[in-house]
Design a protein around this ligand. Structure first.
Ligand SMILES: CC(C)(COP(=O)(O)OP(=O)(O)OC[C@H]1O[C@@H](n2cnc3c(N)ncnc32)[C@H](O)[C@@H]1OP(=O)(O)O)[C@@H](O)C(=O)NCCC(=O)NCCS
Length: 155
């Protein structure tokens, strides 16, 4: 895996439908806190909000200049919440750990961030394993509506 290089670039307006497809991927919907399919109009509003909000940093991860997924940081003061998704065809290759570690280096260069958290549904085994491998530690388990989510902190 170490020979694979993941690069990041900040999202641009032309990525709108790429992100729509990633966000509407069945696994992503299932593992999100609201699991309903996303309508195009909702996505357009959300995307416009992301583009104009300096506290949301949305990075497109690329391997060999091809987009493979995204990492999003929602920032509040010196804290950030990270979430990621990988294109279905690129899963199972260990790329997510690399994406998390490299994107954290990236964000720390452009923003002052002391603490990074991830919120993951209890049933999301691949994501939990990925974040543990990327040096996140479980700090809390909380109930939200009808499911549990786990809060992880980057150490
Ligand atoms: C989370 C995600 C990015 C992980 O991608 P990935 O690194 O390609 O994931 P993998 O398929 O390699 O699985 C990661 C690890 O979990 C393990 N795993 C996969 N399915 C599992 C299961 N059902 N039970 C237990 N472990 C499982 C894999 O074996 C792997 O472990 P290993 O590296 O020790 O072999 C990807 O599944 C995704 O995009 N999911 C949709 C969005 C999402 O859930 N995001 C997380 C919310 S922040």
């Amino acid at each position: 895996m170490s020979e694979i290089e993941v690069n990041f670039r900040e999202v641009i307006y032309e990525d709108i439908w790429l992100l729509y497809n990633w966000s509407n991927d069945p696994l992503s919907r299932q593992m999100s806190f609201s699991s309903e399919p996303i309508l195009k109009e909702e996505h357009e509003k959300w995307f416009a909000h992301v583009m104009e909000n300096p506290n949301i940093v949305l990075l497109i991860a690329e391997v060999n200049n091809e987009p493979i997924g995204f990492v999003r940081f929602n920032i509040s003061n010196d804290e950030a919440v990270i979430s990621i998704a990988i294109n279905r065809s690129q899963r199972g290759k260990g790329l997510a750990v690399l994406m998390i570690n490299e994107s954290i280096k990236y964000i720390k260069k452009i923003k002052y961030i002391e603490h990074i958290y991830a919120y993951i549904k209890e049933e999301n085994a691949p994501s939990i394993r990925t974040f543990l491998k990327a040096n996140f530690l479980l700090v809390e388990k909380e109930k939200k509506e009808d499911y549990f989510y786990l809060k992880f902190r980057y150490s």
